[in-house]
Design a protein around this ligand. Structure first.
Ligand SMILES: Nc1nc2c(c(=O)[nH]1)N[C@H]1C(S)=C(S)[C@@H](COP(=O)(O)O)O[C@H]1N2
Ligand SMILES: [Mo]
Length: 162
Protein backbone atom coordinates (compact mmCIF):
# COMPACT_ATOMS: atom_id res chain seq x y z
CA UNK A 1 0.00 0.00 0.00
CA UNK A 2 2.78 2.45 0.91
CA UNK A 3 5.17 2.26 -1.99
CA UNK A 4 7.08 5.21 -0.64
CA UNK A 5 8.87 4.71 2.68
CA UNK A 6 8.78 8.43 3.53
CA UNK A 7 5.00 8.51 3.17
CA UNK A 8 4.77 5.41 5.35
CA UNK A 9 6.96 6.94 8.10
CA UNK A 10 4.92 10.16 8.02
CA UNK A 11 1.81 8.17 8.86
CA UNK A 12 3.60 6.70 11.89
CA UNK A 13 4.76 10.10 13.19
CA UNK A 14 2.73 12.17 15.67
CA UNK A 15 1.09 15.11 13.90
CA UNK A 16 3.34 17.77 15.48
CA UNK A 17 6.45 15.99 14.23
CA UNK A 18 4.98 15.66 10.75
CA UNK A 19 4.30 19.39 10.54
CA UNK A 20 7.76 20.19 11.98
CA UNK A 21 9.41 18.01 9.34
CA UNK A 22 7.38 19.65 6.58
CA UNK A 23 7.81 23.26 7.71
CA UNK A 24 11.36 23.12 9.03
CA UNK A 25 12.95 24.54 5.89
CA UNK A 26 10.16 27.07 5.31
CA UNK A 27 10.58 28.55 8.81
CA UNK A 28 14.35 28.61 9.14
CA UNK A 29 15.96 32.07 8.94
CA UNK A 30 18.01 32.21 5.75
CA UNK A 31 18.36 35.97 5.18
CA UNK A 32 19.35 38.79 7.48
CA UNK A 33 19.00 42.44 6.41
CA UNK A 34 20.55 45.18 8.53
CA UNK A 35 21.89 48.72 8.41
CA UNK A 36 19.79 51.71 7.36
CA UNK A 37 16.37 50.12 7.72
CA UNK A 38 13.37 51.28 9.72
CA UNK A 39 12.11 47.91 10.99
CA UNK A 40 13.78 45.77 13.68
CA UNK A 41 17.47 45.44 12.99
CA UNK A 42 18.36 42.93 11.71
CA UNK A 43 15.24 42.04 9.73
CA UNK A 44 15.32 38.26 9.39
CA UNK A 45 13.46 36.21 6.82
CA UNK A 46 12.64 32.57 6.24
CA UNK A 47 11.48 31.24 2.87
CA UNK A 48 7.93 31.36 4.24
CA UNK A 49 8.28 35.03 5.18
CA UNK A 50 9.79 35.89 1.79
CA UNK A 51 6.90 34.10 0.08
CA UNK A 52 4.45 36.31 2.00
CA UNK A 53 5.93 39.40 0.26
CA UNK A 54 4.86 40.54 -3.24
CA UNK A 55 5.71 37.77 -5.69
CA UNK A 56 7.50 38.39 -9.00
CA UNK A 57 8.86 36.25 -11.79
CA UNK A 58 11.69 36.68 -14.28
CA UNK A 59 12.22 34.50 -17.34
CA UNK A 60 15.70 34.89 -18.73
CA UNK A 61 18.80 33.14 -19.90
CA UNK A 62 21.88 33.57 -17.68
CA UNK A 63 25.57 32.70 -17.97
CA UNK A 64 25.02 29.98 -15.32
CA UNK A 65 22.12 28.00 -16.78
CA UNK A 66 21.23 26.26 -20.02
CA UNK A 67 18.39 27.90 -21.92
CA UNK A 68 15.69 30.11 -20.44
CA UNK A 69 15.11 29.82 -16.73
CA UNK A 70 12.12 30.94 -14.65
CA UNK A 71 13.02 32.64 -11.38
CA UNK A 72 10.41 33.40 -8.72
CA UNK A 73 10.91 35.56 -5.69
CA UNK A 74 10.57 39.07 -4.35
CA UNK A 75 11.86 42.11 -6.21
CA UNK A 76 14.63 43.77 -4.20
CA UNK A 77 12.65 47.04 -4.54
CA UNK A 78 9.65 45.39 -2.81
CA UNK A 79 11.88 43.90 -0.09
CA UNK A 80 13.47 47.33 0.52
CA UNK A 81 10.02 48.96 0.79
CA UNK A 82 8.96 46.28 3.26
CA UNK A 83 11.82 47.07 5.67
CA UNK A 84 11.97 50.83 5.05
CA UNK A 85 15.48 50.76 3.64
CA UNK A 86 17.02 54.17 2.95
CA UNK A 87 20.61 54.05 1.83
CA UNK A 88 22.93 54.40 -1.15
CA UNK A 89 24.30 50.89 -1.39
CA UNK A 90 23.42 47.34 -0.47
CA UNK A 91 26.33 45.10 0.48
CA UNK A 92 25.39 41.52 -0.34
CA UNK A 93 27.23 38.63 1.32
CA UNK A 94 26.98 35.01 0.17
CA UNK A 95 27.42 31.78 2.13
CA UNK A 96 30.94 31.46 0.68
CA UNK A 97 31.71 35.04 1.86
CA UNK A 98 31.62 36.37 -1.70
CA UNK A 99 30.60 40.02 -1.49
CA UNK A 100 29.14 42.49 -3.96
CA UNK A 101 27.98 46.07 -3.53
CA UNK A 102 24.82 46.96 -5.44
CA UNK A 103 23.78 50.62 -5.74
CA UNK A 104 20.25 50.85 -4.30
CA UNK A 105 19.28 52.79 -7.47
CA UNK A 106 19.60 49.46 -9.37
CA UNK A 107 16.58 48.14 -7.50
CA UNK A 108 14.20 50.55 -9.24
CA UNK A 109 16.08 51.00 -12.54
CA UNK A 110 16.95 47.36 -13.30
CA UNK A 111 14.39 45.27 -11.35
CA UNK A 112 16.66 42.60 -9.85
CA UNK A 113 14.87 39.74 -8.13
CA UNK A 114 15.79 37.94 -4.93
CA UNK A 115 14.81 34.50 -6.20
CA UNK A 116 13.89 31.56 -3.96
CA UNK A 117 12.60 29.32 -6.77
CA UNK A 118 14.33 28.29 -9.97
CA UNK A 119 12.20 26.46 -12.56
CA UNK A 120 9.57 25.85 -9.87
CA UNK A 121 11.94 24.27 -7.33
CA UNK A 122 13.67 25.57 -4.22
CA UNK A 123 17.34 25.37 -5.22
CA UNK A 124 19.68 23.60 -2.80
CA UNK A 125 22.93 25.28 -1.74
CA UNK A 126 24.68 22.96 -4.22
CA UNK A 127 22.45 24.43 -6.95
CA UNK A 128 23.34 28.01 -5.97
CA UNK A 129 20.41 28.34 -3.55
CA UNK A 130 18.63 29.09 -1.38
CA UNK A 131 18.59 32.73 -2.60
CA UNK A 132 19.88 34.05 -5.92
CA UNK A 133 19.91 37.69 -7.03
CA UNK A 134 19.05 37.73 -10.71
CA UNK A 135 18.64 40.58 -13.20
CA UNK A 136 16.23 40.36 -16.16
CA UNK A 137 19.15 40.00 -18.57
CA UNK A 138 17.04 39.13 -21.62
CA UNK A 139 14.81 42.21 -21.15
CA UNK A 140 17.82 44.51 -20.79
CA UNK A 141 20.61 43.09 -23.00
CA UNK A 142 22.80 46.05 -21.97
CA UNK A 143 23.00 44.37 -18.56
CA UNK A 144 24.85 41.37 -20.02
CA UNK A 145 28.13 42.73 -18.69
CA UNK A 146 30.59 41.77 -15.98
CA UNK A 147 29.23 44.57 -13.75
CA UNK A 148 25.75 43.02 -13.54
CA UNK A 149 27.09 39.46 -13.52
CA UNK A 150 29.19 40.35 -10.46
CA UNK A 151 26.05 41.72 -8.76
CA UNK A 152 24.20 38.46 -9.48
CA UNK A 153 25.08 36.91 -6.13
CA UNK A 154 23.92 33.37 -5.46
CA UNK A 155 23.74 31.66 -2.05
CA UNK A 156 22.83 35.07 -0.59
CA UNK A 157 23.08 35.10 3.20
CA UNK A 158 22.89 38.76 4.26
CA UNK A 159 22.31 42.29 3.04
CA UNK A 160 23.61 45.45 4.72
CA UNK A 161 22.10 48.78 3.66
CA UNK A 162 24.70 51.55 3.84
N1 LIG B 1 27.94 33.41 -4.21
C1 LIG B 1 28.68 33.86 -5.23
N2 LIG B 1 28.06 34.60 -6.20
C2 LIG B 1 28.79 35.09 -7.25
C3 LIG B 1 30.17 34.90 -7.32
C4 LIG B 1 30.77 34.10 -6.28
O1 LIG B 1 31.99 33.84 -6.28
N3 LIG B 1 29.99 33.60 -5.27
N4 LIG B 1 30.90 35.49 -8.37
C5 LIG B 1 30.28 36.65 -9.05
C6 LIG B 1 30.99 37.18 -10.19
S1 LIG B 1 32.26 38.30 -9.96
C7 LIG B 1 30.61 36.87 -11.46
S2 LIG B 1 31.31 37.54 -12.84
C8 LIG B 1 29.73 35.80 -11.62
C9 LIG B 1 30.71 34.69 -11.99
O2 LIG B 1 30.07 33.63 -12.55
P1 LIG B 1 30.96 32.38 -13.00
O3 LIG B 1 31.69 31.90 -11.76
O4 LIG B 1 29.98 31.41 -13.50
O5 LIG B 1 31.90 32.90 -14.04
O6 LIG B 1 28.95 35.41 -10.47
C10 LIG B 1 28.86 36.32 -9.39
N5 LIG B 1 28.17 35.79 -8.24
MO1 LIG C 1 33.15 38.70 -12.02
Amino acid sequence: MFRNLTVFLFFLMPFNLVSAAMSQDQDKTILSVSGKISTGDPAEFSIGQLEALPHSRIETSTPWHDGKVTFEGVLLSDLMNQIGAEGENAEITALNDYRAVIPVSDFTSSNPLLAYKVNGQYPSIRDKGPLFIIYPFDDYPEMKTEIFYSRSVWQVRSIVIE
